[in-house]
Design a protein around this ligand. Structure first.
Ligand SMILES: *Cc1c(COP(=O)(O)O)cnc(C)c1O
Length: 396
């Protein structure tokens, strides 16, 4: 019987050898800036854009400095201006409301349900009440909401949807990849996401004007024709003159690290899901624990797992975090009074107008979260689940 879990929740796998070799080649060339390419060489960043667009099934892809920059650029490129209201999830990570604030938008928070998806009735209500024309939809922790219904609501109200796919790179709804529903999809390649370049991001879209604005916003100077998956010069004729440069480019070093990882992504999605299933199977037997119900139409990426313990008091939640921690299991609790680490509570975003989301608060008050890095074996995941289940039973 293992009493203590010894895995490290923040330890990702090493960068693959072929990616390291590609990175060293870029370093040796000295040509790190994406537009600093020799002769006809498209450069690593442009090649990555082409490959990611193809993998994602999007017409255009722009490689960027971060996922947060992808969100900001997607909003600006789709027309958000100072003072615009932007609907978004009450449960998401700080860069999402942060991106809205950065472009001068005003976040309007929408409730989530007990399965951590956007509450579509509340979305309809708030869309009507506010007249907001944008939704920054965060597929938080990989939970896709009913995308057909969501798009019907958005289309009916003339709302442009920008998808935050930081946790759903590789996930699908009815066979369509997340990121391909709205006007733009935004992805992160920051260390804790599904590909790791330290920092980085992508914006994908099928709209040529949006793509051209995003290229110029990303800081392309007048070198937009050196992109890998961008529209032709005619689309840029006017846009290049009326769009500001926000300098948020990806560089060739990061792109070199990411291209081999993209080739392994599909396999890693399966590996994450094996781990998710192992933890889920171990928790399902405990009657006090509720896992989010995953709809048939959704194929997620189980790089993290969430569970609720309905009925637990604050003291019991705290005891669970402490006791699981003593056995080596790092649980994040979304009900804590102060945000800790990467947890996130909308009440701590004090730069946005004060809002009250009773349903989300109720859900978050007993919600726990843990990362499942690929350095955990499937066996490790069974041990993890057993420790959590025993600790929950012990606290009750
Ligand atoms: C990580 C993350 C982002 C932004 O990614 P960065 O690359 O860190 O800027 C956006 N949304 C969510 C939900 C995230 O977890």
């Amino acid at each position: 019987m293992v009493d203590r879990f010894t895995g490290n929740f923040t330890q990702q796998e090493p960068i693959p050898d072929d990616a390291i070799e590609a990175a060293v080649a870029v370093l040796r060339s000295g040509r790190l800036h994406r537009y600093n390419v020799a002769g006809d060489d498209p450069g690593e960043t442009a090649l990555l854009e082409r490959e990611y667009a193809e993998w994602q099934g999007a017409t255009y892809c722009i490689a960027l400095a971060s996922g947060g920059q992808a969100l900001q650029i997607a909003m600006r490129a789709s027309g958000v201006i100072h003072g615009d209201q932007v609907l978004t999830n009450a449960f998401t990570l700080a860069p999402v409301p942060g991106a809205i604030a950065a472009v001068g938008g005003v976040p309007v928070l929408v409730e989530i349900d007990e399965n951590l998806r956007l509450d579509l009735d509340d979305l309809e209500k708030k869309a009507q009440e506010t007249g907001a024309k944008f939704l920054l939809l965060s597929h938080m922790r990989g939970h896709l909401c009913h995308m057909d219904r969501l798009m019907r609501i958005a289309d009916g109200a003339g709302i442009k949807v920008i998808e935050d796919c930081a946790h759903t790179m590789g996930a699908t709804w009815n066979g369509t990849r997340s990121g391909n529903f709205g006007v733009a999809g935004c992805f992160s390649t920051q260390t804790y996401k599904h590909m790791n370049s330290g920092e980085g991001g992508f914006l994908t879209t099928d709209d040529p004007d949006l793509a051209a604005r995003a290229v110029i916003l990303s800081g392309s100077y007048m070198l937009h024709q050196r992109h890998g998956a961008a529209p032709g010069p005619e689309v840029f004729a006017q846009i290049r003159l009326e769009t500001p440069n926000m300098s948020a480019r990806m560089d060739n070093l990061r792109a070199a690290i990411l291209r081999p990882q993209l080739r392994g992504l599909e396999r890693n999605v399966l590996r994450w899901n094996e781990r998710y299933d192992a933890v889920a199977a171990g928790l399902e037997g405990n009657n006090s624990i509720r896992l989010p119900v995953r709809p048939e139409a959704e194929t997620g990426v189980g790089s993290s797992i969430q569970f609720r313990v309905p009925g637990f008091s604050r003291d019991e939640c705290q005891a669970l975090v402490r006791q699981a921690g003593e056995r080596g299991v790092e649980l994040k609790w979304f009900g804590a009074a102060e945000p800790v680490g990467f947890t996130s509570d909308y009440r701590s975003w004090q730069y946005i107008p004060k809002q009250h989301l009773p349903r989300s608060e109720e859900v978050l008050s007993t919600l726990f979260d843990l990362r499942l890095p690929l350095t955990f074996s499937v066996e490790d995941c069974g041990v993890l689940a057993r420790i959590i289940s025993e600790t929950v039973s012990g606290v009750r």
